[in-house]
Ligand binder design. Structure first.
Ligand code: G3I
Length: 319
């Protein structure tokens, strides 16, 4: 079987990729999958480019761990997705504790975005400039950025990112926007507003954290609605969790579900690529967050391909 990245590119996509974490890189069995560049032509740092990791104190930047991931991308010829610049989670305490006014927080956002994007200038295919700005009902999330600046924080961050690396694609990334519904509509309205205001926006990240047997049926219709806005998009954090212990029936359903998601990306040309939120169950974030759930990735704990892997291959081969 050809590797997933080869098959994705053969099907007209830029890449098939994965998230990874710096702590996993001492596992040589794991890293060998990246070194031979068989399956993954794109990489996303799971944590090491986030605000708490890169600017733990105001104006003090540390890019050591992020650079390790960027170097992997460089050494193995992988696309790099920068993740992420402005998010209410994994935000160092000082951003909220200092009670900045609008002028102060504007400067804080500009400094953070400008410094990080400039550091990785020329290395990043796409930045998740804004992460998870919406509530599930489509209203804006009331975090420190929105509460202080309203939606201006989105504009401020996107403009700073564009100025710092004009060639990087600028994305907004979120979950529960993969299917037709009020959150997706709200994201489309945000894109339209940014376009009307001449604010740079190139793409939307569809996280795609799904549940076995519950993959939405309106993926293609929804993806096309984003494409019709004249932007690109990507599946940025794909995993499909199941209740543990795993069963043969659920592993088989998971194969169908991975097929469905990958095939949906293939149906819409504006879908640039697919990233799994790590490729092995050994390092998936799911069990630590969703008690009783797991087995969400295409490879098992022993790095062996699961039926889900075959589902991806069949989709990429156009089957
Ligand atoms: O770094 C500390 C370590 O010092 C400490 O000993 C350890 C003890 O718990 O925690 C470590 O931090 C953890 C960090 O991952 C690094 O491993 C945090 O507790 C843990 O909460 C954090 O989880 C990350 C999560 O984002 C935080 O929201 C996951 O790894 C990461 O996969 C996940 O990724 C997010 C995307 O960024 C956005 N979309 C959703 C996705 C899944 O939640």
């Amino acid at each position: 079987v050809q590797g997933l990245n080869y098959l994705a590119q053969n099907a007209g996509k830029l890449y098939f990729g994965t998230a990874t974490q710096n702590t996993e890189l001492t596992d040589t069995a794991y890293t060998s999958y990246m070194e031979n560049n068989l399956h993954f032509g794109q990489i996303t740092p799971g944590n090491s480019m986030k605000w708490d990791a890169t600017e733990p104190e105001p104006g003090t930047f540390t890019f050591t761990d992020g650079d390790v991931i960027a170097d992997i991308a460089k050494n193995y010829g992988m696309y790099l997705r920068g993740h992420n610049l402005v998010w209410y989670q994994q935000l160092p305490d000082w951003v909220t504790a200092n009670n900045y006014n609008a002028t102060g927080l504007t400067a804080v956002v500009q400094t953070h975005v400008t410094t990080e994007v400039a550091h990785y200038k020329g290395q990043v295919y796409a930045w998740d400039v804004i992460n998870e700005p919406l509530n599930d009902d489509g209203t804006f999330r009331e975090d420190v950025f929105y509460d202080t600046l309203g939606t201006d924080y989105i504009t401020i961050a996107l403009q700073a990112a564009r100025a710092a690396d004009p060639n990087a694609k600028l994305y907004i990334n979120d979950y529960n926007i993969e299917y037709v519904g009020e959150k997706s509509t709200a994201m489309q309205n945000l894109v339209k507003q940014l376009q009307a205001d001449n604010v740079p926006i190139d793409g939307i990240g569809m996280e795609s954290h799904f549940i076995v047997g519950e993959v939405p049926t309106t993926l293609v219709e929804n993806f096309q609605a984003f494409a019709d806005l004249g932007i690109e998009f990507a599946i940025t954090e794909l995993d499909i969790r199941m209740e543990l212990p795993e069963t043969a029936a659920n592993l088989d359903q998971q194969k169908t579900d991975f097929y469905t998601v990958v095939n949906a990306c293939l149906q819409v040309s504006a879908c640039r690529g697919i990233t799994v939120w790590d490729w092995t169950d050994k390092y998936s974030w799911i069990p630590s967050t969703f008690s009783g759930y797991g087995a969400a990735t295409p490879f098992d704990d022993n790095l062996v391909e699961k039926p889900a892997f075959d589902g991806i291959v069949i989709a990429l081969e156009g089957g």
